[in-house]
Design a protein around this ligand. Structure first.
Ligand code: UD2
Length: 348
């Protein structure tokens, strides 16, 4: 009799645990669903992305003529390869006639994300208009524009096979949160159906303007851009996060190049891993009430130190300011535009 009662109690306890577990799981799934909808609303559904990447090799056609490549002549004033043998792209290191013809055969699409929240919508017109003139001209481009004010998006005449999707996101009070918040949105976007609509993705800052060609020479598995302020600095002077308490911590003595968070890209799978890493690390820091020195850029630099990019873009691909020059940068392709941070940002 006593044994029977213990047995019944045990069964009830088991049922209780099962019931609680199931409802907790349901709760997680429900919260996750809400999160997905919030971020991807209104038009992006989350689906399993195609893991396969179109790879046609680098084919050239018989009879197609271009300058003979030289083994002895080329740029000697800059380094165009990393110690892990990734190319560093500078003017003079590639033949755009040849490389365009190779990628033309692949029928590729390039997704490009840009965020314009608060007063940053004022940068959209120049950014988009100049992109239409210089960015992947002759190739299919899909812009994904995240903004808290869709009504402020200017009307831009897009070229053939150029598309713009506007996605509404909530406003935020701190520019640091806007900057870091991009990682979570990009993490989700790179796992959404957008991953099936394009072959490569670039994520660019909006307070920039194109002045020169940015083309298929920039495509690669994981592409990072060398920050225009630090390309000639010793690594111990890079503005890495140096506090061990932060997840972005990089000890003195380590480091390759200092990369900008204002432009990066690659295959969806790779950009997904990068953005996921940054989002996770940012939230661990936030739970410990610490914020990395340069926000998402500090985490991005840590990721890229231990997950080496397969292609690096020289500071031609994101220069400081069109009015400043250096003998190394022969073509300014994309440049930050001058802005008054105090006036344009939501907080100081
Ligand atoms: C600086 C750094 C950059 C990076 C960045 C923070 C230079 C030349 N650049 O760029 O390397 O450290 O700070 O990640 O030093 N945004 C909005 N609304 C806002 C604020 C930001 O939409 O109110 C978006 C927008 O897409 C902008 C991006 O976030 O391009 C980055 O923010 P930023 O422009 O304030 O950063 P910036 O140019 O000072």
């Amino acid at each position: 009799m006593k044994l029977n009662r213990i047995f019944i109690l045990f069964i009830l306890l088991l049922l209780g645990i099962l019931f609680y577990g199931a409802s907790y799981l349901g709760y997680i799934q429900e919260s996750y669903r809400k999160l997905q909808i919030q971020i991807t609303d209104p038009s992006i559904k989350t689906v399993l992305m195609t893991e396969e990447h179109k790879d046609f090799g680098l084919r050239s056609s018989p009879g197609f003529l271009y300058s003979q490549p030289s083994l002895l002549e080329g740029r000697t004033d800059v380094v165009s390869i990393t110690p892990w043998l990734a190319p560093i792209i500078w003017e003079g290191s590639f033949d755009s006639t040849l490389i365009d013809s190779i990628y033309k055969q692949q029928n590729i699409t390039i997704a490009t994300t840009v965020f314009a929240l608060g007063k940053y919508t004022r940068f959209l017109k120049e950014f988009l208009e100049s992109a239409e003139q210089h960015y992947f001209v002759g190739f299919r481009v899909r812009y994904y524009l995240f903004t808290d004010q869709p009504e402020e998006v200017p009307e831009i005449k897009l070229g053939e096979e150029r598309y713009l999707t506007i996605l509404k996101v909530p406003s935020l009070d701190r520019w640091q949160d806007i900057s870091m918040g991009r990682m979570e949105i990009l993490e989700k976007l790179t796992k959404s159906e957008v991953a099936n609509e394009a072959d490569y993705i670039f994520c660019l800052d909006v307070d920039t303007k194109f002045y020169g060609p940015w083309g298929v020479e920039t495509l690669g598995r994981l592409v990072a851009v060398i920050h225009p302020w630090f390309y000639d600095y010793p690594r111990d002077q890079f503005t890495y996060e140096r506090r061990p308490e932060s997840q972005a911590f990089i000890p003195v003595g380590e480091g390759d190049y200092y990369y900008t968070a204002a432009a990066f890209g690659g295959l969806f799978k790779e950009v997904h891993e990068l953005t996921k890493y940054c989002r996770e690390r940012q939230s661990i820091d936030a739970s410990k009430a610490i914020e990395a020195l340069w926000h998402d850029e500090s985490h991005l630099n840590k990721y890229l130190l231990y997950n080496k990019p397969s292609k690096l873009l020289s500071p031609e691909y994101l220069w400081r300011d069109i009015s400043s020059s250096t003998r190394h940068v022969k073509v300014i392709r994309l440049s930050h535009v001058a802005k008054n941070n105090v006036e344009v940002r939501p907080n100081a």
